[in-house]
Design a protein around this ligand. Structure first.
Ligand code: FAD
Length: 476
């Protein structure tokens, strides 16, 4: 028998149930489709990641005598046609959730018409959406009860190993990855990303081990820190399925079995597992409430008086707002395609509240620039910050871009790294350079408005303006 394995957001050999099952056939063909229909088109940074991840997967498959076949277009046509071409009796994949399920349904039906069976497996989440239901039978809309139920469902099944025996493969025509033009050439903006990341299953495994042996022990306190590797930085690896959430879950829990001296605090492990569960939560939400992707979950936000203004938005994207912590984070995002969670909350709040911009504009920018841009996590978190989500921070919670540094960057190291033009200022002025005296500015070589911008909005005024806009929306 010949099996076709369709890789999607699960670019790994380990803990891959579809692969394990497909490897039982006499011959195997492995496929990745660059989908042009039915899924949200990838942003620039994610395209860069994908290219590198596919290369890594192909290399790993070649070690097993396989290779990754690349095709682009509509999966609902490509997958059945290839199954026909190679005489497959079964097509295997790991299930995905949300809008992409429509495509998978079309593929299943087209295969059935040809007498080919689709065999699908769990592997993208800790628990599949149907497994976690609220008391009404619907997906919980609030994280706390969701987390309670997820925990009650018990540990996800232990991860499975990559196949130990591999079938032969067949010669099949493949696109050339270079022809997909996923990576930038002129200008090549991916240099810092290459330095910061190692896309692929090996890179994911190393990152997971380094985290479990290191920052996990202090995660509950250090995850907010921008100046340290305080969190796992597994998000792009999870996004592309180079590691499964189940592998991550078990690795973190396993750390509790270590000798007392090396053991992380149970509070840290617990906090980490809860964050991992947020990922499940977002995916369950997107599936149950598809409008979360691009419509306000709270209808009243349809009446919010957003500003269409462009100058502030552009300054935000370029890290030129005059608020150093916001600017550092936005430049970090541009360079490496990532920023820590607290700074995502801060920069999103700044755009939505200080600049009164519709959250969807910011969501699109993040979508294009994040290496972990995720169709469920990104809009869910933007709606959380905007207050337009069901489980969300209230709109009137407005982050202060100066005082946030106490949590994220107490010594100013992060700001110094990403906003070097003010690095020589005394530490206490690093997040508020306008408070330095003319002499201090001069000694640090800073000319506000010339070498570094003045704040594009005044925090207090912006705060009042935002609260006024909220009043307009609610009528209260
Ligand atoms: P850790 O703290 O080590 O957490 C481990 C894993 O748990 C993460 O890799 C991630 O998969 C998951 N996770 C953690 N926090 C969240 C969360 N709040 N929501 C969903 N999953 C979570 N995360 C993305 O993966 N993709 C996005 O596109 C994305 N966009 C965001 C936009 C905004 C405005 C905000 C506020 C948050 C966004 N997040 C997104 C969530 C979170 O910021 C990142 O997952 C996290 O910072 C990634 O770093 P880490 O891997 O070190 O996280």
């Amino acid at each position: 028998s010949t099996a076709l394995l369709w890789f999607r957001d699960d670019l790994r050999l380990g803990d891959n149930a579809a692969l394990r099952a497909a490897a039982g056939a006499d011959a195997l063909v492995c496929l990745y489709v660059l989908e042009e229909e039915g899924v949200r088109p990838l942003g620039g940074a994610s395209q860069w990641w994908l290219a590198n991840s596919l290369r890594a997967l192909d290399a790993a498959l070649r070690e097993k005598g396989q290779k990754l076949i690349l095709r682009s277009g509509n999966a609902a046509e490509i997958v059945p046609a290839l199954a026909d071409e190679i005489g497959a009796s079964e097509v295997f994949w790991n299930r995905r959730y949300g809008p992409a399920e429509k495509i998978d349904g079309q593929v299943t039906r087209a295969l059935k018409q040809r007498g080919i069976e689709a065999k699908t497996f769990a592997g993208a989440l800790l628990h599949e959406p149907d497994a976690i239901k609220g008391s009404t039978g619907a997906a919980p809309k609030i994280f706390a009860p969701f987390w309670k139920r997820l925990r009650a469902a018990g540990d996800p099944p232990a991860p499975i190993r990559a196949p130990s025996k591999w079938p032969s493969t067949k010669r099949v025509a493949s696109d050339d990855l270079a022809d997909w033009s996923l990576e930038p050439t002129k200008p090549d903006w991916a240099g810092d990303m290459r330095d910061a990341w190692a896309p692929g299953e090996d890179g994911a495994r190393k990152r997971l081990h380094a985290f479990v042996d290191g920052a996990l022990s202090t995660y509950a306190d250090s995850r907010e820190r921008a100046d340290r590797d305080g969190s796992s930085r597994l998000s792009p690896h999870l996004r592309f399925g180079e590691v499964s959430p189940t592998q991550v879950w078990h690795a973190a829990k396993h750390a509790l079995d270590a000798p007392a001296k090396e053991r992380p605090s149970p509070a840290s492990v617990d906090k980490f597992l809860a964050e991992l569960a947020w990922r499940d939560f977002a995916h369950h939400q997107l599936r149950a409430y598809p409008k979360i992707a691009d419509e306000n979950m709270r209808d009243q936000f349809d009446r919010f008086p957003w500003s269409e203004e462009r100058k502030g938005f552009t300054a935000w994207t370029r890290g030129q707002t005059g608020y150093p912590l916001v600017d550092a984070a936005m430049r970090h995002l541009w360079a490496e395609g990532w920023m820590p969670n607290r700074l995502r909350m801060l920069t999103a709040s700044f755009l939505i509240k200080h600049l009164l911009s519709d959250w969807r504009r910011g969501e699109k920018w993040f979508w294009d620039t994040l290496v972990d841009a995720d169709p469920a996590n990104n809009p869910t978190n933007w709606q959380w910050v905007a207050g337009s989500g069901i489980d969300s921070a209230p709109y009137f919670r407005i982050f202060n871009p100066v005082t946030q540094s106490e949590k994220a960057d107490p010594d100013g190291d992060y700001v110094r790294k990403w906003v070097p033009e003010i690095a020589k200022l005394p530490a206490q002025f690093l997040t508020a350079p306008w408070e330095a005296s003319p002499m201090e500015l001069e000694e640090a070589g800073v000319r506000l408005g010339k070498t570094y911008p003045e704040p594009i909005v005044d925090h207090k005024e912006a705060r009042e303006r935002a609260l006024g806009a909220l009043k307009k929306m609610t009528g209260k």
